[in-house]
Design a protein around this ligand. Structure first.
Ligand code: GRF
Length: 202
């Protein structure tokens, strides 16, 4: 299924999705990389991989709605069926989210529903949790909420800093996101009436 990845930054999750999708038989084809920031490092990495890239700079639009209409148009024109948010740092309106319900995934660096929002590794350490991790979920209008597709756990180690912990979580993100996309694009996991339905193996 034709898939777009939306980024704002370095795009390490994007690279892991691109690499996974290059394998024969992978059910998603990465057809477009879209950034809201012209200076996103991931754009060069995507172009180097020979992929179509586009920038829709939110600063060039007077409001969120017109930015999202442009985004939606670019996705529709490219025949996109699935959207993966990968470090995409814009909050999306219910209008946009509803258009892509069940067809848009996000990765978040915590075991949701714990630690929604930013600075998840600092907050996990401050709370003294022993297990942390990452989550891929279907996107709903509420930020970092939404039915969970897949999770990976990471043990918090003595002496961990936000950086060391975050690096181990990121390594898990790079494994988890391709798995989650494979399940959703392959139809093993889908959203039905706001709930995740899993087929055998999903
Ligand atoms: C990742 O930690 C992701 O979970 C979060 O933003 C970061 C993006 O990193 N939402 P990258 O751009 O994929 O390297």
């Amino acid at each position: 299924r034709r898939t777009a990845i939306l980024i704002s930054g370095r795009g390490s999750n994007m690279v892991s999705l691109i690499e996974a999708a290059a394998a024969p038989g992978f059910p998603a084809e990465i057809a477009l990389i879209l950034s809201n920031r012209p200076d996103a490092g991931g754009l060069a990495r995507a172009a180097a991989a020979g992929l179509a890239t586009a920038t829709i700079d939110h600063k060039a639009y007077p409001d969120r709605e017109s930015f999202e209409r442009a985004l939606d148009e670019a996705l529709t024109q490219a025949g996109i069926e699935l959207v993966c948010l990968a470090g995409f740092m814009r909050v999306l309106t219910p209008w946009f989210v509803e258009r892509w319900t069940g067809r848009m995934l996000n990765i978040h660096p915590s075991l949701l529903p714990a630690f929604r929002g930013t600075h998840t590794h600092e907050r996990a350490l401050a709370e003294g949790v022993l297990i942390h991790g990452c989550t891929v979920h279907f996107v709903v209008p509420e930020l970092d909420a939404g039915p969970i597709v897949a999770q990976a756990a990471v043990r918090v180690l003595p002496g961990d800093t936000p950086e060391t912990l975050g690096a181990r979580v990121l390594a898990q993100e790079h494994v988890l996101y391709p798995q989650a996309l494979r399940m959703v694009a392959g139809g093993l996991v889908r959203l039905e009436n706001g709930r995740v339905v899993r087929a055998l193996g999903g």
